[in-house]
Design a protein around this ligand. Structure first.
Ligand SMILES: *Cc1c(COP(=O)(O)O)cnc(C)c1O
Length: 403
């Protein structure tokens, strides 16, 4: 395995960390190990509680060399001791929630998040006797006020789907530390290149590796990075007992994609900036939110907290009817950008999210929380994941449907 103290740069890390020439064949590129079981050299126990990080490979649900290689690569880039990969981003979120939380515990969770996480927090956690308070994470006083003696977890998402609202991660980490709670952050939109979440005090850095880390729209997976002790507990609970493991084939594909993550993030940022500036100057666009734009209400925080603004942006065109009509035209007439969910791929993807609809199905906010959401989203937003195509082609495609 390449020596991780032999390099410091993000690109070298993304390419070499977690892998090395095959000791038997000398192959430069990693093999995929598909074996579900391993021939043991000595008689040992068969309980997750006997697991240690350097246990030999035993069974594929415990650990797998191809998955381990990806985990080491992600941990190296994220700058954490350890990483656990799972079958999806949602499996990663569930792993955190169902390992850290138990019946009678309380969690403070961002009132705006990926819809699946929002629904898990609102519908599933309470079913297991876990109390949940949903808080606008930009309101630090509200986060502090939400803390209770039994608060064990604060879960943030930055930038937050779909509105590109940021959370001051260092400030939230400080509140969590004082409360004796863990801070988990869904950093999917930023990727490990976009922000050093662990350096900002985040205990569990979560990613849907389906998005930027894999980067090519062909493999679903999730990851949680953090201290070895915490990730070990997560492995026992979420991988070995709940069983939502990543397939070795997906791990291999995602590791292959991840090698170019720093290079791709530079391309995403450059393209997103060009597209954001075009949209901002277009008469039919009423609002654009991109952390890299000076007009983003949290641009100062973005500059302090992020080292790459990523390729995610959102924009508005006016009321819901105007947005719905444009979405229909996009689905029909876009020639380069795909009208599709998901994000972080080399292909550009756009999706329309009317505020009334998403409030009903997922977020269910009212009062100040709804107002803060609407400050970013109005009656609805288009979420655009700017891919790696030439910006001029993306701009021409958008210009054509905007009319
Ligand atoms: C996609 C996504 C998820 C869920 O990930 P899957 O891999 O689709 O399960 C969670 N959080 C964010 C921010 C996402 O974009």
């Amino acid at each position: 395995m390449a020596k991780s103290n032999a390099y410091r740069g993000l690109s070298t890390t993304a390419i070499h960390a977690g892998e090395g020439p095959d000791p038997v064949t000398g192959a430069s590129a990693p093999n995929i190990v598909m074996s579900s079981t391993y021939v043991a050299e000595e008689v040992s126990g068969f309980s997750a509680h006997e697991l240690s990080v350097d246990s030999p490979f035993l069974y594929g649900r415990w650990a797998n060399p191809s998955v381990r290689s990806l985990e080491n690569k992600i941990a190296a880039l994220e700058g954490t001791e350890s990483c656990l990969c799972l079958a999806s981003g949602m499996a990663a979120a569930s792993a955190i929630f169902f390992t850290v939380l138990s019946a009678g515990y309380h969690a403070v969770i961002s009132d705006v998040s990926y819809a699946g996480v929002a629904e898990l927090a609102r519908d599933t956690l309470p079913r297991f006797g876990i109390e949940v308070t949903l808080v606008d994470m930009t309101d630090i006083a509200a986060v502090e006020a939400a803390i209770r003696p039994n608060t064990k977890l604060i879960h943030t998402e930055s930038p937050a789907n779909p509105i590109m609202r940021l959370t001051d991660l260092a400030a939230i980490s400080e509140i969590a530390r004082r409360a004796g709670a863990k801070h988990s952050c869904d950093a999917t939109f930023a990727s490990p290149v976009g922000q050093k979440s662990a350096d900002l005090g985040v205990d569990y850095v979560m990613h849907s590796i389906t998005k930027y880390i894999g980067g090519h729209g062909d493999a679903i997976g999730g990851a949680v990075c953090g201290r070895a002790e915490d990730i070990n507990a997560l492995t026992v609970e979420a991988a070995i007992h709940h069983g939502g493991i990543l397939s070795p084939f997906n791990a291999w594909l995602i590791a292959r994609g991840m090698a170019t993550l720093p290079l791709r993030m530079r391309g995403h940022q450059e393209g997103a900036m060009a597209v954001a500036q075009f949209l901002e100057s277009h008469p039919k666009i009423t609002q654009v939110f991109y952390p890299g734009l000076e007009s983003h209400p949290q641009h100062e925080l973005a500059k302090r907290q992020m080292r790459n603004f990523s390729g995610m942006l959102s924009f508005q065109v006016g009321d819901e009817e105007t947005g719905t009509a444009l979405a229909a035209r996009m689905a029909d007439e876009l020639q380069v950008i795909h009208y599709a969910v998901s994000l972080g791929h080399h292909r550009s993807l756009v999706w329309w999210m009317p505020t009334a609809g998403i409030m009903e199905t997922s977020f269910r906010l009212s009062g100040d929380q709804l107002k803060s959401y609407r400050d970013y989203a109005g009656d609805g937003i288009f979420r655009l994941s700017v891919g790696l195509e030439d910006a001029e082609d993306l701009i021409a495609d958008l210009d054509r449907v905007l009319g």
